[in-house]
Design a binder for this molecule. Structure first.
Ligand SMILES: [Fe+2]
Length: 210
């Protein structure tokens, strides 16, 4: 007898503590950042739609690190490479959380934890996309197959990559310090930014002008 698990969803965690440019990136956020109230960042503030923390010269090394992680993610998941289309940051003080949401118009999304107060763990959760199909199930025990919400154990200076269609949210910050996160979205990489040999290998000949 054996169990066969189907339909895996890839979420990856990257420890970027030693990434060059991490301190400079944090400085950009804390010294230049601008936020406003935002519907998704309940009781907190967000730079979504305005200040882009990756759009600074000082942030280039971290942008490179994020891009390397994205390459790793798309390779493992068998996807066409992606490029970051934009980023923003959220500040969630005590009582702050984000409602469940998806990142539409994006392929892969990232959440990087700039500051995570001590004791503020397990704050990121994801929701199973299979729930609508399980309408006739009568779950009487908690198993991986009967669970709709999964909490992820988050760490500071770690990046989490996940498919943008994956619904997620964050639990309330119950500490007295701020939780600060950077999020980003991606587009498919334009073919002219890739090695022509790679493009030819995937698409065959004849797409040079695509
Ligand atoms: Fe999000």
């Amino acid at each position: 007898m054996k169990s066969i698990n189907l339909f895996p969803t890839l979420m990856k965690e990257y420890d970027l503590t030693d990434s060059p440019g991490l301190d400079a990136f944090k400085k950009v956020i804390f010294e230049k950042g601008q936020t406003s109230v935002h519907g998704l960042a309940v009781n907190g503030r967000s730079s979504h739609g305005g200040f882009d923390p990756l759009n600074f010269e000082e942030s280039m090394p971290m942008l490179q690190s994020f891009m390397q992680c994205l390459d790793d993610y798309t390779t493992e998941s068998g996807n066409w490479p992606t490029i970051i289309s934009g980023s923003w940051y959220n500040i969630l003080p005590k009582g702050g959380f984000t409602h469940r949401h998806r990142h539409e118009s994006s392929v892969v999304s990232g959440a990087f934890y700039v500051t995570l107060p001590e004791g503020d763990h397990g704050n990121f959760y994801v929701l199973s996309p299979l729930q609508p199909y399980m309408m006739c199930m009568h779950h009487i025990q908690t198993t991986p197959y009967s669970t709709y919400e999964f909490d992820i154990n988050i760490k500071e200076n770690h990046l989490y990559l996940f498919p943008s269609w994956l619904e997620h949210g964050s639990r309330e910050n119950n500490t007295d310090k701020d939780r600060v996160t950077v999020s980003f979205n991606t587009n498919p990489m334009p073919p002219d930014r890739l090695d022509p040999n790679f493009v030819e290998q995937i698409w065959g000949k004849g797409h040079e002008d695509s």
